[in-house]
Design a protein around this ligand. Structure first.
Ligand code: GLU
Length: 420
């Protein structure tokens, strides 16, 4: 991870501010996290020993509503990363006009090394540590890297035990049986898919695309499936242990089943013309659309120059460094930025929270229609802004969000500067 991820992210805020007539007070408010809480989670391991894990929850800005954002389990998690991810959530929710601010949480842990029972104790400990600052009108967590609906279910249950009754709207991405929403599982990828489909004409993309996907977790698997189902070719994919390539297209269903059994994408190499490639070769692969769906800063000054894709669909948060952006922009590639392209996840989280609060649940076609309409409306507005002002889609997305944030910050007056 970069030493100063937040500092690098704030450069994009300054860039956006230069295209808007916005009060300096607004920018000052958005430069710092409102509150970041740190805890050490102590759990009992299966062998009877105790082990502790560092954990955080950041509520970056709540001007537009309760803070919203996932909880990540990762051995490299840090306070800088959590605050940066929470900053991005603040802008993502504003891009989509969701009535939320931005938050994020993390535990510094390699979740793959824990048993299921240990994972449950850790997740319950997280909720115990942060229940004071979490709540359906205060801060609403969700899944992120290496967390899933099962973990959200344990956390929802722990919160119910703490307050004495079920509060489904306290967390999103829950199992359907606990009030989760239909369509939340593939929402991040589906939002990106709707966006790409809507802007394909403007982006000059043809009918049958060649796609490379970096990262094969929730977002990567679903985008590969959705695009393959439409007849596009998934020519390369990677996960944390390797990458594979097949110019005629990979068998996505087969890779998904290998992953479901705990295998890596690279176990397919050597069969049916599938060849193993390196992580850098994946970035340089001949394709139309490159989909980063892994972690931050994976496309950087050292590999961006080799990328051939016309369009980058950022399903990961912060996958491109600012230098990579400059390199891609100068060659005319278009980056559909994370705060727009991966906002489908938090958008369906919002639908879940709405359904929990009204106690009335929507059908899958209703969820898909609402998600599509939102992605298309915000995507079109940002596309127009980027053409009108001759700025990148990323800068346009920040300008679009900043206008909404600025309006809300001004409307609150100085009161919102006080920490309660
Ligand atoms: N972790 C996802 C993100 O980065 C979803 C957050 C949410 O649903 O609140 O956007």
């Amino acid at each position: 991870m970069s030493d100063d991820l937040l500092g690098a992210a704030l450069v994009r805020l300054d860039e956006a501010a230069s295209h808007l007539n916005i009060d300096a007070d607004v920018i000052e408010k958005l430069k710092y996290a409102r509150e970041t809480t740190k805890a050490r989670l102590m759990i009992r391991m299966d062998d009877g020993s105790r082990k502790s894990f560092l954990a955080w929850r950041c509520r970056y800005d709540d001007t537009r509503g309760p803070t919203k954002g996932g909880i990540r389990y990762h051995p490299d998690a840090s306070v800088d990363e959590v605050e940066t991810l929470a900053f991005w959530m603040t802008f993502k929710c504003a891009v989509m006009n969701l009535p939320y601010g931005g938050g994020k949480g993390a535990v510094q842990v390699d979740a793959r090394k824990l048993s299921k029972a240990e994972l449950e104790r850790l997740s319950r400990a997280y909720m115990q540590a942060f229940a004071r600052i979490i709540g359906p009108d205060r801060d609403i967590p969700a899944p992120d890297v290496y967390t899933n609906s099962m973990i959200m279910g344990w956390m929802a249950d722990e919160y119910a035990q703490i307050v004495g009754h079920a509060v489904p709207a306290v967390i999103t991405g829950k199992p359907i049986a606990l009030g989760g929403s239909l369509g939340r599982g593939d929402a991040t990828a589906r939002g990106g898919y709707y966006l790409l489909r809507r802007l394909a004409g403007e982006l000059g993309l043809g009918e049958k695309l060649r796609i490379a996907v970096q990262g094969f977790g929730n977002a990567g698997q679903h985008i590969a499936r959705l695009l393959a189902d439409d007849g596009h070719r998934i020519v390369a994919v990677s996960d944390s242990s390797g990458a594979v390539h097949r110019a005629d297209g990979l068998d996505v269903a087969r890779i998904v089943s290998v992953k479901a059994e705990g295998g890596s994408v690279s176990t397919l190499a050597g069969q049916d013309g599938v060849e193993a490639i390196t992580a850098d070769e994946l970035v340089a692969i001949d394709c139309d659309v490159f989909v980063p769906a892994a972690l931050e800063n994976m496309i950087h000054a050292g590999n961006a120059g080799s990328m051939k894709a016309k369009v980058v669909l950022e399903l990961a948060n912060g996958p491109l460094t600012a230098e990579a952006d400059t390199i891609l922009n100068s060659r005319g590639a278009i980056v559909l930025p994370d705060i727009l392209a991966n906002a489908g996840g938090v958008t369906v989280s919002y639908f879940e929270w709405v359904q929990n609060r009204q106690g009335y649940y929507w059908t899958l076609p209703e969820i898909h229609d609402r998600l599509r309409a939102t992605m298309e409306a915000e995507g079109e507005a940002i596309w127009r802004l980027s053409r009108h002002k001759d700025i990148s889609m990323r800068t346009a997305a920040y300008v679009h969000a900043l206008a909404r944030l600025g309006e809300a910050i001004e409307a609150h007056g100085t009161q919102s500067f006080f920490v309660s």
